[in-house]
Design a protein around this ligand. Sequence first.
Ligand SMILES: [Zn+2]
Length: 245
Amino acid sequence: MRNEDLDPQRSRTEFARAMIEDLRWLGMRWSEGPDCGGSYGPYSQSERWAHYREAWRRLREGGLLYPCTCSRKDLALAASAPNDADDEPLYPGTCRERDDVAEFTEPAGVNWRFRVPQGEEVEFADLNLGQQRYLAGSDFGDFLVWRRDDVPAYQLAVVVDDAAMQITEVVRGADLLKSTARQLLLMRALGYADLGYAAPGYFHCELVRDAAGARLAKRHDALSIRHLRERGMTPEKVLEMAGWP
Ligand SMILES: [Zn+2]
């Protein structure tokens, strides 16, 4: 159980406590986690900052990152290609060739982007959905690895943690398929294979949807485990609704 609590705006200890309680109620069990320890801890991302900074430093020294000072408005104006609603817009590359990287010695204060190998095909065999192929530079652009408010981006944090925790299989929603291509590039850039860590297997599942077919989001709070539980539903019934076999 890894608690992904990097965003200080959205992470509070009572949320983490409620999540653990709800999952235990549902019948989920784990052998390592923030509540029970383990040999790959700590298990809350907010306590793993040193790992992410070290990865940022290595990528920056390798010339694989660059600082981006584009505003949200610049990016909105530049976004032309149609893109997934789920996904960050394709970055137009405005800051890619800037020559002042040496002046930025700390991650905080600007956004940092990963320089993707333009035109390279990233392929992987998904354990559920089969062979997947994405083109770096057109399916996704130079993506964020560190935010100007000094928070590592999801892409960087999960890659660093998956390697450090020796994760062998990742099961997650199909909305993250394209992120897998990004993460494979990050793993390669960080030289994990040479350090003895092979990329995990990936199994992307269909998303759980509401009766009208819309994917579940915050506005579906009535369908949260907590609410269903308070309304007297059993764990078995909740799993059945979610399509558990
Ligand atoms: Zn920029």
